[in-house]
Every structure is written in C-alpha cells, then in structure tokens.
Design a protein around this ligand. Structure first.
Ligand code: ZN
Length: 400
C-alpha cells in the first residue's frame, strides 16, 4: 500500500517536473470559499460517482478544506484531467487520477513534505510581520511567530534595531511553503527586552524558566464519561486500510448533557452542518473558533455574545455519529488544531519532560547568545547578517 502511494505521488511529481509543458499542463489552483468537490467534478466532466463512493469520514475532510488552499491539476494535451492533488488538511491530500482502465479513481494519501531545520535572525526595520515576510517569503512562518508572541509582546513597542531569532522546521509541499512551520525556539526583543518561547515535549510553549504564558485557556465544554476519539491529522486505520483524520476531540456523553462555551465569543453558526449534524460555531478573539457538533438542541442564536462556561446547547447524536457524544473542534486562523493543547490541565512541566525542556532550552539560549555576539562584532567589522544566517542554518542542519 505504502509503495503504491509513493509511486502514485512520484508519478505526479515526475510528470510535474519532467514532462514538457507543451504536452501536459500542471495548473496551480486555489480552493475558493464555498467550493465543493461535487461542483469541481461536474465542471471538469469527471464522473460524480467518485464523490458518492467516498465514505463519510472523507466527506467530512472535504468539508474542512481551508479556503485558499493551493492544489494542483495535471491535464493531458487535450485538456483532459489526468490527476488532481488536493490537500485536505496539513497531512492528507485527495488524489484523483485516471487508472489504466481509463476510469477515474480517488484516494486519500499522505502529503509528502520537504522539511528543513532552519534558523532566522532579523533586525527589525519595519513592522515585524513585514520584516519576516521580506526575509523568508514564508507567510505561514510569519503568522506562527506573531501568534506565538501575541500575548507576550506588545508588537507596537518593538523598536527599530530590536532583534528576532527563531529556530524552526520549514515545510514545503511541491516546492511551496505549506502546513505548520513548527517553531522550536524563539526570542524577540521588545524595546531591548528579550522574550523567549520554547517548545516542550507536551507540545506547548514555555518561557526560559518553564513558565507557561499561554493565557488562552479554553475549558472542557461538557462533563463526559470518556474521550472516545482524540485529535489527529493523519492516522493509518489498520482495519479499513486507509488514512483517517479527526479534527477534534469526541467526548462520550449522554444525550441532553449541557454544552458550555469553551471560551467567551460570538455565535457565528447554529444549524445543521453535513456530517456534523446540529452544530454551533463560536468565534473568539485572535483568530480562534470552536465547533460543537452532533447536538440535540441549541440554546443560543447567531449573533449572540456568550461568556466562557455559558450554556450554548444540549448534546445529542445527530449527523454522522456512531453514538451520543460531543465532537469539539478548535481552529486557529481556519486551521484545525488540537484542543488538548489549549485546554490547560497542568500547572507546568515536571519529571522527565521538565529535564528534557531544561536541557534543550540551555542549548538554544547559548546558540542565541552566540548569534547575538557574532552580530555585534560583525556590525563593527562589516560582515553581513545574511552570511551569519546562512552559516548558522548549515550548522543547525548538520547537528540534526
Ligand atoms: Zn468527532
């Protein structure tokens, strides 16, 4: 199975780069608001049974495609579609292709990434996000950095000459930045004062003393018996022999259980939403949204403002659901994230996680100190920052 998947993707990549464009055409397209696979198939005269053959879980993934997702279409010399590669989330994509029998087939396959460990140092000359974009052309990274320091730094207080250092993993799909550009360590100066954030083994960020600065603590939205399904972007289902994703946490709970707003915000949706059944969506500050699905009844209406803990609905078993439960989804800038990372259960790191955190933090702090010192000297002797940066990049790569 894995071999076939890689072969298929290889075929696509191969045709993408090796076949002269005069014969075949690869087009980059953008998934627009309200776009559906059904309409896409219709438009391109691909049999609609392809859509109807998808199972309910894949159907949910299709409904969750981020607006503005870049996808690829390969056409033959007559303009007929040979292959389509459409990312469904950060880890999976839908692959449509004509088989040897001339029939279209669709399957969900893992996205193949090119990843590189990178470091970045910037001396601010303009608005931070602009400076980051200018230097990296990586919009996802710029977004991730501002998000990480959102509650820690007042970006308006950043002065010209303040510095930013970031160690991260750069991810590219088909040569373009795509998916989460994971930050491992970062330092930003705010009027000369240094603020740090380090990624720990629990997937959360802490400062150099191991204190969590994550103040956006969402609450668990209901009382529950057990968690029946956790968040995952890519899971191989050994029985179904296919890839699955689950964009939320399922809390098994009897029908009629009180569902509370996980954070204060505004109701932007209350109604039926495909496989999700009766659903409420709340919009919160700073790009967060929460989704509550398979509900029995609504206790709020669109446009209403709600406070953390306020009753918004009663749980149920509507939509594509295998038993009474609440499906709780959390998105940040329209990307599904693991709610468990934003619900604060623990006071901080302890035991082996704490020890590992202390060790890696020490290394990153030293690296940053060295970078800043070299930078100080270089401004005296005239070595350009670019040179410093690239040499640091290489050494990081070697070390991993
Ligand atoms: Zn669910």
């Amino acid at each position: 199975m894995f071999k076939t998947l890689f072969f298929l993707t290889f075929l696509f990549l191969n045709s993408l780069f090796a076949v002269p464009l005069s014969h075949k055409m690869v087009q980059d397209k953008v998934w627009g608001r309200g776009e559906t696979l059904l309409a896409f198939l219709q438009e391109n005269m691909i049999p609609l049974k392809l859509y109807y053959e998808l199972d309910s879980e894949d159907e949910k993934l299709l409904a969750d495609i981020r607006i503005n997702t870049l996808y690829q279409v390969l056409k033959d010399e007559n303009g007929q579609i040979e292959q389509v590669l459409l990312p469904l989330n950060d880890e999976l994509e839908l692959h449509i292709m004509i088989g040897e029998d001339g029939e279209y087939k669709a399957s969900v396959i893992p996205i193949i990434y090119e990843t590189n460990k990178k470091s970045l140092m910037i001396t601010f000359e303009d608005i931070p996000s602009k400076d980051i974009l200018k230097k990296t052309e990586n919009y996802e990274l710029s977004l991730a950095i501002t998000q990480l320091f959102r509650k820690i730094v007042n970006f308006k207080k950043i002065r010209l000459g303040d510095k930013l250092i970031v160690y991260y993993t750069e991810k590219k799909r088909l040569g373009k930045f795509f998916g989460e550009q994971k930050i491992e360590a970062a330092m930003i100066e705010e009027g000369g004062k240094k603020r740090y954030q380090f990624l720990a083994l629990d997937g959360k960020y802490y400062d150099q003393k191991g204190k969590t600065t994550n103040t956006s603590s969402f609450i668990v939205p209901c009382r529950y018996k057990r968690i029946s399904s956790r968040f995952t972007q890519k899971r191989w289902h050994p029985i179904l022999k296919r890839y699955r994703a689950h964009h939320g946490i399922d809390y098994a709970t009897p029908i009629g259980t009180a569902i509370k707003a996980a954070y204060s915000g505004k109701v932007i949706f209350a109604g039926r939403k495909g496989g999700y059944g009766k659903t409420v969506v709340l919009k919160h500050a700073s790009g967060y949204k929460t989704l509550y699905a398979h509900l029995n009844s609504y206790k709020v209406h669109v446009g209403q403002k709600v406070k953390t803990g306020q009753l918004i609905a009663r749980s149920g078993n509507t939509g594509r659901s295998t038993g009474p439960h609440l499906h709780f989804g959390l998105s940040l800038n329209n990307r599904w994230i693991n709610p468990a990372l934003k619900i604060v259960f623990t006071k901080g790191l302890s035991g082996s996680k704490r020890a590992a955190f202390n060790a890696s933090t020490k290394i990153y702090m030293q690296k940053m100190k060295n970078l800043l010192e070299v930078d100080k000297c270089s401004s005296k002797v005239g070595v350009s920052l670019e040179e410093l940066d690239s040499s640091e990049e290489n050494s990081t790569k070697d070390a991993v």
